[in-house]
Design a protein around this ligand. Structure first.
Ligand code: SAM
Length: 697
């Protein structure tokens, strides 16, 4: 998950030079002019945005109506982001010509510039400062994988860090693409690697094959290079080439068009149950059940895409951890790098960007204090080895530190033994949970309907002919319809077990009691969140939150004095001098968390469990059986739940992933991550387990 940064030299005229590739990042003569000529104008962006806006909204009039379609640009080599900023500027200037269109810009970069270098380079163009500033505010200089930057409601930048060919190969495999009618359809490619002679790997034939596979019909690619290997590779991938006049003293440049993308050959899948049906039309309206962090962030991700969202929440819903007075943002760590570790890392980074870059109420909930964690805070029997984590986590995410260094960060002596190490998350911090949920729901397209509890879901097909969209009704316990829409997202934690389609999901409820204590003159010095046997938060309005007890399979909501005592005792052990904390609880609060057996959330379309159990029943006799039939899923029904104690880190990113799926966009994670979170995983594991149980008889 680590990544190398670019190694730069600076030329006498102040321009950056790559010492790795022995090449310039942009034209010495007129960088802006060349970028405009080779990429923006050669791809006729302005005209195509206008045409896309007209075509996409008229073709899908009935289905997508006000929902904004998107124009997708892919770039090989993000570099200094000059092409991106100029594209964004043109987008802004021409917005009135493409109403409702959204820009999705995916850029691949193997050696990201350091933040300080990028800042210095972007200062070369003061007239782009208004766009460079929000980019720099979110720009990551570390960690492989996809960093999604939401720069405006209509501009999303996905920075894919890593080797371009490897990242493109992960986007979606050919067979799945065929089945899924997948999402990623690039309209325009910018091929802007260093020159093919200096950097042949960014111009290779296999890479061009990926570009063709991921392109929309009529996609164009432009580049300043007319070198032979570039022309041959593009032609072999199915592009038709034109030579256009080059910029300034360059005679020629290339424009390539993909008139007919090659049909992807279906590939037999070893895990057919994860193959989703062709997506339903993008919904105009959606219902979200649950108004905690999962529900609120899901509603926001959909509303930003132009979907009208009603969030339905029971007036007397059991208290959720989302509403805690103070909630910590930290990254769930793994001893080894893996797809799952990548999901948790990017979830954490996404939440941090969402909170730290937000203006208004969302930003006001965020306290960027950093978080400290004892190595055995999460798992006593298998404490994390801080040194080993450095092999796959960037220092910007987490660093190991000894007791003295951690105590300096905390502002108080910590109760770590001599030589014991702990962890520091410099990007961590905390939020006011309830206030954050309210701020996320404040988008003008979101309506909160608080009242009767949803008791059941009912599927119906729309009767009017212009749309065959699926539909769902939410019913209360008397069978009265509370609301209906084309899409429903269940985001009410363990409450999903109350509904027939999701009644068999293996969810457990974990009870957690937090205790409040007044600050003392000594404890007021606490400057960061500290996670030991309990998590202790810096005082807020004179009160510290101590979180939380952890009782599995317990849904009781009454607080107990015993738990307050236990919380206090464990919280006091976090500090070298326990008496810094007041021993007099002044309040408490019980919240219920939902967890799955593998401790990972449930995210995606809801499987038709009885149909899946029937289709794959032979797995219970022979777990190696192969199947041709893809999974069976309920049209229009989705789930985003079971974020356990980690919802602040995972719910916003999970919501983005799900919103991308609903809107036929490329989600910011690979297919393998979608599979790891797919709710059908438990049914398949259970069927396979039955086989091993039979064998052992
Ligand atoms: N488009 C950039 C801009 O507008 O500022 C300039 C790009 S610069 C000429 C080329 C970029 O390609 C460099 O940032 C380099 O690190 C990146 N690069 C080189 N090889 C790569 C690879 N195999 N995969 C992804 N990016 C690569």
């Amino acid at each position: 998950m680590l990544i190398d940064n670019a190694r730069l030299d600076w030329l006498e005229n102040g321009l950056p030079y790559s010492s790795q590739f022995d090449d310039v990042y942009f034209s010495r003569a007129d960088a802006r002019g060349e970028s405009r000529h080779v990429f923006l104008e050669a791809n006729c962006l302005r005209e195509r945005w206008r045409a896309s806006s007209i075509n996409k909204s008229s073709i899908n009039k009935s289905a997508i109506n006000k929902v904004r379609p998107q124009y997708v640009i892919g770039e090989l080599g993000f570099g200094c982001g000059l092409n991106f900023l100029q594209t964004w500027r043109l987008w802004q200037q021409t917005r009135a010509e493409h109403p409702g269109l959204r820009l999705h810009y995916l850029a691949l970069e193997k050696y990201p510039l350091r933040h300080a270098d990028l800042t210095r380079i972007l200062a070369l163009w003061p007239d782009l400062e208004d766009l460079a500033a929000p980019l720099l505010a979110q720009y990551p200089e570390h960690s492989a994988g996809c960093h999604r930057l939401q720069l405006a409601d209509d501009v999303t930048l996905d920075l894919y860090y890593g080797d371009a060919e490897a990242r493109l190969a992960e986007l979606v495999t050919a067979g799945q693409r065929e089945r899924l009618k997948i999402r990623l359809k690039i309209d325009t490619w910018y091929a802007d690697g260093f020159s093919p002679r200096q950097n042949p790997e960014l111009w290779s034939a296999p890479l061009f094959q990926h570009l063709a596979r991921l392109s929309a019909t009529g996609a164009t690619l432009s580049t300043y290079s007319v070198a032979r290997p570039v022309r041959d590779g593009l032609r072999a991938a199915g592009f038709t080439l034109e030579r256009l006049p080059g910029f300034a003293n360059k005679r020629e440049m290339l424009r390539a068009t993909l008139c007919q993308p090659a049909a992807a050959a279906p590939v037999a899948s070893a895990t057919p149950w994860f193959i989703l049906p062709a997506p339903a039309p993008v919904p105009r309206r959606a219902l979200v059940v649950g108004a905690g962090l999962a529900g609120a962030s899901q509603a926001l991700s959909l509303a930003r895409r132009g979907i009208d969202v009603t969030v339905v929440a029971a007036a007397d819903a059991p208290p959720a951890a989302s509403a805690n007075r103070q909630l910590a943002l930290r990254c769930r760590l793994f001893a080894r790098a893996s797809e799952l570790a990548g999901f948790y890392l990017h979830s954490f980074l996404y939440s941090r960007r969402l909170l730290a870059a937000a203006a208004g109420d969302i930003g006001a909930c965020w306290h960027a204090t950093g978080v400290l964690q004892f190595a055995d805070a999460v798992n006593k029997r298998r404490p994390l080895e801080p040194e080993a984590l450095a092999g796959h986590y960037a220092e910007a995410v987490v660093t190991a530190a000894d007791a003295a260094a951690l105590s300096r960060h905390a502002g108080l002596g910590l109760g770590l033994g001599l030589g014991q190490e702990g962890l520091h998350f410099p990007l961590g911090g905390w939020v006011e949970g309830e206030r954050l949920c309210a701020a996320l729901l404040a988008h003008p397209r979101i309506r909160l309907q608080r009242g009767a509890a949803v008791a059941e879901l009912q599927s119906h097909m729309k009767s009017h002919t212009e749309s065959h969209a699926p539909g769902w009704r939410l019913l209360d316990s008397h069978g009265t319809v509370l609301a209906e829409a084309e899409a429903v997202i269940l985001a009410n934690g363990a409450g999903v077990n109350a509904f027939t389609p999701t009644g068999t999901l293996p969810l457990e409820t974990v009870r957690g009691q937090t205790t409040l204590i007044p600050e003392t003159p000594a404890s007021a010095a606490l400057a960061t969140v500290v996670c030991g046997e309990r998590t202790v938060f810096p005082a807020h309005e004179g009160v510290h939150t101590l979180a939380a007890s952890y009782h599995r399979h317990d849904a009781r909501t009454a607080a107990t004095a015993d738990e307050d005592r236990d919380n206090l005792e464990r919280a006091r052990r976090v500090f070298a001098a326990p008496q810094v904390l007041s021993a007099q609880p002044t309040g408490n609060w019980v919240a219920l968390r939902a967890n799955t057996p593998d401790r990972n959330p449930l995210l995606g379309q809801v499987p038709d469990f009885p149909a899946m159990a029937q289709r794959y029943r032979t797995l219970a006799r022979d777990a190696t059986t192969t199947f041709a039939e893809p999974g069976v899923y309920l049209p229009g029904l989705y789930i985003n739940a079971a974020h356990g104690s980690n919802g602040l880190a995972t719910a916003p990113f999970a919501s983005e992933i799900l919103a991308s799926l609903l809107c036929h966009e490329q989600p910011p994670v690979s297919q393998s991550v979608l599979d790891l979170l797919n709710p059908v995983r438990f049914l398949i594991r259970e069927l396979k387990r039955q086989q091993s149980a039979d064998e052992s008889v």
